[in-house]
Write a protein that binds this ligand. Structure first.
Ligand SMILES: Cc1cc2nc3c(=O)[nH]c(=O)nc-3n(C[C@H](O)[C@H](O)[C@H](O)COP(=O)(O)OP(=O)(O)OC[C@H]3O[C@@H](n4cnc5c(N)ncnc54)[C@H](O)[C@@H]3O)c2cc1C
Length: 399
């Protein structure tokens, strides 16, 4: 399968007005990468990733998975910023923004995207970048799958020692107040190299915990010093932060989010971790092994990109907060989702906008794209006036 094949299917679907879904890694929470009575352009055969160490670039086909991107870069002592579950697709992940554990050093994944090959609704294959068709290149960096089928992504790579100071520090949830109070006063002063993300969850045996996920992208000795104050907070149950292969953390949630589980999530962007938010985080916590509160830390390089430099406008957020989880029994669908919705509803007043890659109900695309929406709708009108690519956070085309 290649870009010409994709072009043929796109043309076939457009000419016959057939409902069309595009599948990269198949991780879409709302299930937008599949459809009934339509065509699914399944890119899973286009999964190759290659790296060029001289140019410091990785080239990932549109159906590649994040684990393959990490692996191709590692082979040459390089890295780029990729998400936290290795079987997520580069496709949907990148086009929506791309949050991972190296964001504070390098920005979102759209910030390290240097070019892309894309098949637009008219069947044409374009190589786009900041120099070539810059409007379309701007739009795909945050505008999701609205503009065509991306058959190749080109990412910048950075020198990286894969043995990094990383791991989890775990406290019983009874220590949450001390841990979050400390974190609320500490996180704003952290270096770009330091990624620390809080999480509250309940283990299968019923023990509820508060966890800090740590990655220090630099000299471990310097990282240890920066981390020391956190290690002095409360009574730690387990401190697993040590120098270890970056892949340990990059794959440790793969099984939890294995294929076939039922899953749901809601999230919002947060500019400031206030005392009020900390209070609500503690009061709202639901001790249910099916669900967790978790974060994707932003700030650093993510925040230094201008609000409209890409189509992802939520640049001034320090972190993304989410409630999400998984279960196996379909009978529990309604009840589990209602529980997570009610939990997140208590946190929602502290958020502004959301990351639509991790939000099942988030279809208010117009308002969520904020000031980027007008330009996105015009570019959509230029490249997909018939809205062939509409199974996504859809942007209605304007003339
Ligand atoms: C377990 C899990 C962990 C996650 N972790 C993270 C994380 O750490 N960081 C983060 O930022 N996000 C994360 N996400 C969210 C993730 O970014 C989105 O679910 C994303 O859509 C996944 O991309 P995909 O290609 O696997 O999805 P798919 O289901 O294949 O596609 C989703 C949508 O993306 C579009 N699309 C996909 N590929 C292409 C392509 N090549 N060309 C054009 N359009 C395409 C289509 O519109 C499609 O409907 C996670 C999701 C899950 C389920």
């Amino acid at each position: 399968m290649n870009s010409d094949d994709v072009s043929n299917v796109v043309t076939f679907a457009r000419e016959r007005e057939i409902l069309t879904a595009v599948r990269g890694g198949g991780h879409s929470w709302p299930g937008k990468s599949g459809c009934d009575d339509g065509i699914v352009i399944d890119l899973s055969q286009m999964h190759a990733v290659t790296a060029d160490p001289d140019k410091r670039r990785a080239y990932a086909q549109g159906g590649a998975l994040l684990g393959a991107l990490d692996a191709a870069a590692h082979e040459h002592g390089l890295i780029t910023t990729a998400g936290v579950v290795s079987h997520t697709g580069v496709g949907g992940y990148t086009l929506g923004g791309g949050f991972g554990r190296l964001n504070r050093s390098y920005g979102l994944t759209i910030d390290v995207l240097r070019s892309a090959e894309i098949v637009t609704a008219d069947g044409k294959i374009h190589r786009i970048s900041e120099q070539d068709e810059p409007d379309l290149f701007w739009a795909i960096r945050g505008g999701g799958g609205n503009f065509g089928v991306v058959t190749e992504f080109e990412y910048e790579l950075y020198p990286f020692d894969r043995n990094v100071l990383s791991g989890l520090i775990v406290w019983p949830v009874s220590e949450a107040r001390d841990v979050l109070d400390f974190y609320g006063g500490w996180y704003l002063g952290l270096s770009d190299e330091m990624y620390v993300g809080p999480m509250m969850a309940t283990m299968p045996d019923g023990t509820s915990v508060i966890v800090m996920e740590v990655v220090y992208n630099g000299d471990p000795a310097i990282g240890e010093k920066e981390l020391e104050p956190l290690r002095n907070v409360g009574k730690i149950m387990d401190d697993g932060v040590k120098v270890q292969d970056y892949n340990v953390l990059q794959t440790h949630e793969d099984a939890t989010f294995g294929h076939g589980i039922r899953s749901y999530a809601k999230n919002g962007m947060v500019k400031e971790i206030t005392q009020e938010l900390i209070d609500v985080l503690i009061e709202s916590f639901v001790a249910d092994p099916r669900a967790a509160f978790f974060t994707h830390t932003a700030g650093g390089a993510v925040k230094r990109v201008g609000e409209l430099d890409t189509a992802f406008p939520h640049r001034n957020a320090e972190t993304m907060i989410s409630v999400g989880g998984g279960w196996t029994d379909p009978e529990q669908d309604d009840e589990a989702m209602a529980m997570m919705r009610a939990w997140f509803a208590k946190l929602a007043p502290f958020t502004g906008g959301y990351y639509d890659n991790i939000d099942f109900d988030g279809d208010a695309a117009t308002s969520n794209f904020g000031p980027a929406h007008g330009r996105l709708a015009k570019i959509k009108g230029q490249y997909d006036p018939g809205n062939l690519f509409r199974l996504n956070s859809n942007i209605e085309p304007t003339a």
